[in-house]
Ligand binder design. Structure first.
Ligand code: ZN
Length: 413
């Protein structure tokens, strides 16, 4: 999806805002001789921004406005090392709340709802984002924060909360507690807004049935406001994102080149109006795709598909980008296939091509030859390449407590 004229003007304004500032990116752009952006081509020449830049700019080097205009900071810890600090102006805080309120509206939530907020409050962007969006919408916020399941259930019943916001794992815990204690007919929940990462269909089903709710995936990251930049509508065909605040590109994570709409790759986000810490072409390392065409709900906001994993997991064989979640989705369609599999990639020098071996576990009751043929056909039609497929008995592949390494790549070894 190309930048609209309006978005192009906004990006140019952001570049000029950065150039005029003493910020990390201001310096970087001046060094690179960047003066502005007047075309898609100019835009695609802008360097990507990365979480590492933000670490290098710690604590406030990213700030692109006068400090007196900053009203709040948030921080994302990351898994290791230096945290990242994002400063917000009053307008940034308000813009975020507007986007978040739009997420609630898209999920069919109104000012008559009572929203129980279980994500944490504090340095990170979760709880406070859900709260600000709720207040902007005019609904009643029940600001619980995480944990204390006794109190959560009590409030849920006494206040007749209609919406629960949570991580998928906490929503599951609540669903199990409600079931265990036989409280389902005492609660009034209708919808759940769940922080979006990849979570299994089985988990979705258990939460949906356990709490008797419709589920909505909300997407976001601290570097780009926080949660609330995209959400699915009731058509359940991807997440609408707010293209008046953000421009989203999908890139090939290996070459860094934008891919056509519909093709999978890494989400790269440009903030169009952010003041405190504008980020242009920020690499999220989240995998998805832009869903082409218009949603059946009639909204004109473009759509991102559900998050498919992290770009660090992506691999490329014979020009086709793939990631483990695609293989997992495919195996779910095969009768008798377990969820265990491995992928081995190697270079066949004699034939001057890459070869890929997919090893899948099959239940004893099915014909392994038939099964491998079925997997091969699905692979061809769904992913567009042909691996070699071997089916082995259940229990053959190694198990590990940790997330098993699914892909072993011997090319270039
Ligand atoms: Zn829609």
């Amino acid at each position: 999806m190309k930048l609209t004229e309006q978005q192009l003007k906004q990006v140019d304004r952001q570049v000029k805002r950065l150039l005029a500032s003493d910020s990390y990116y201001g310096k970087k752009y001046r060094e690179l001789g960047i003066t502005g952006v007047t075309s898609q081509e100019d835009f695609e020449k802008l360097p990507f921004s990365e979480k590492n830049d933000l670490r290098n700019a710690y604590p406030l080097g990213i700030m692109a406005c006068d400090e007196k205009d900053i009203v709040r900071i948030h921080s994302s810890s990351g898994t290791t090392g230096t945290p990242v600090i994002i400063p917000y102006t009053a307008k940034d805080v308000d813009d975020w709340a507007i986007m978040f309120a739009r997420c609630y509206e898209t999920a069919g939530i109104t000012n008559e709802d009572r929203i129980q907020i279980t994500p944490g409050y504090g340095l990170w962007t979760a709880g406070i984002g859900f709260q600000a969006g709720c207040e902007k919408l005019g609904a009643m916020a029940i600001p619980m924060g995480p944990g204390n399941t006794e109190k959560q259930l009590r409030m849920m019943i006494d206040l007749q909360s209609t919406v629960i916001t949570a991580t998928s794992s906490y929503a599951l815990l609540l669903a199990e507690e409600v079931e265990k204690r036989g409280l389902k007919d005492k609660i009034a929940l209708k919808k759940g807004v769940i922080g979006s990462e990849r979570w299994s269909d089985a988990m979705r089903r258990r939460i949906r049935e356990g709490l008797g709710i419709e589920l909505y995936d909300i997407y976001g990251l601290t570097e780009i406001y926080g949660p609330g930049i995209a959400v699915n509508c009731s058509c359940n065909s991807g997440m609408h994102y707010w293209d008046d605040y953000l421009y989203i590109e999908i890139i090939d994570p290996i070459t860094g080149k934008p891919v056509p709409d519909g093709e999978p790759g890494e989400i790269v986000i440009t903030t169009l109006v952010k003041e405190g810490a504008p980020l242009l072409r920020f690499r999220t390392h989240d995998l998805s795709r832009i869903i082409p065409g218009k949603c059946a709900c009639g909204r004109s906001y473009p759509r991102l598909d559900m998050i498919q994993g992290r770009s660090d997991d992506m691999f490329k064989v014979r020009g086709v980008n793939m990631f483990p979640s695609q293989v997992e989705d495919l195996l779910k369609l095969v009768d008798g296939a377990s969820s265990e599999y491995t992928i081995t990639i190697a270079r066949d020098e004699d034939h001057n091509k890459d070869v890929m071996l997919l090893t899948v576990e099959g239940e004893g009751r099915v014909d392994f030859n038939e099964m491998s043929k079925q997997i091969l056909d699905l692979f061809k039609s769904m992913i567009g390449m042909t691996p070699k497929v071997i089916v082995v008995p259940i229990g053959t592949l190694p198990r590990s407590e940790k997330k098993t390494k699914r892909v072993v790549d011997y090319r270039g070894v």
